[in-house]
Design a protein around this ligand. Structure first.
Ligand code: CU
Length: 201
């Protein structure tokens, strides 16, 4: 179902490119011959950069909420910024999870960590870690965390290696201690689906 949805969204995007650009998307690509489809998707994003947004929704019994903005500042280098409120003071693990589904009351519908290459859970700068491992955010005494994190290896492209489009970002109740397999970060207190801004119509 998810793959159908993703391919449908790519079809919509392709249709948009046809309308927005005099260049044919397939066939001869004048001036674009050297670019593959993924590179074209980047070029035709907002201002040459794809951006996405995740609106974090509290799970059952939680009052954590927030909005995170994603910007792919270089190929597979994504800058995540925003504010999360309603947290207990201190560190909270957060990760990209594989399923873009936050429907279950406990957030478990988001599935496990996004980790297409497998490997062990760890800190984002550790030699071995899941692609979706983002480390911790830190809430102040008022329960507010300002997020300013670089996620390397992931992409906002709608398809291709490391694509996090349509996946979920999950905030946890406790600190991620980076132990395998999930860092002991406890319950899921908020969950949001990462959605490309150009798809919000
Ligand atoms: Cu997680």
């Amino acid at each position: 179902m998810k793959s159908i949805l993703r391919s449908h969204r790519v079809s919509v995007l392709t249709a948009l490119l046809c309308i927005a650009s005099p260049l044919p998307v397939s066939g001869q690509m004048h001036g674009h011959e050297h670019m593959n489809m993924q590179e074209q998707l980047h070029v035709h994003g907002h201002g040459g950069m794809i951006t996405s947004t995740a609106i974090l929704v509290a799970t059952s019994g939680s009052s954590v909420s927030g909005t995170l903005k994603f910007r792919e500042i270089e190929d597979r280098i994504v800058h995540i910024t925003g504010t999360v409120t309603g947290l207990t003071p201190g560190k909270h693990g957060f990760h990209i999870h594989v399923n873009g589904n936050c429907d279950s009351p406990d957030g478990m519908s988001a599935g496990g960590h996004f980790s297409p290459a497998g490997g062990k859970h760890g800190a984002p700068d550790a030699k071995e870690h899941h692609m979706g491992d983002l480390g911790n955010i830190v809430a102040d005494a008022g329960g507010r965390a300002n997020v300013d994190v670089i996620a390397a290896g992931v992409s906002l492209a709608l398809m291709g290696p490391g694509s996090i489009d349509g996946r979920a970002i999950v905030i946890h109740a406790k600190e991620d201690d980076f132990s395998d397999p999930v860092g002991n970060s406890g319950a899921r207190v908020a969950c949001g689906v990462i959605e490309a801004d150009m798809m919000r119509m």
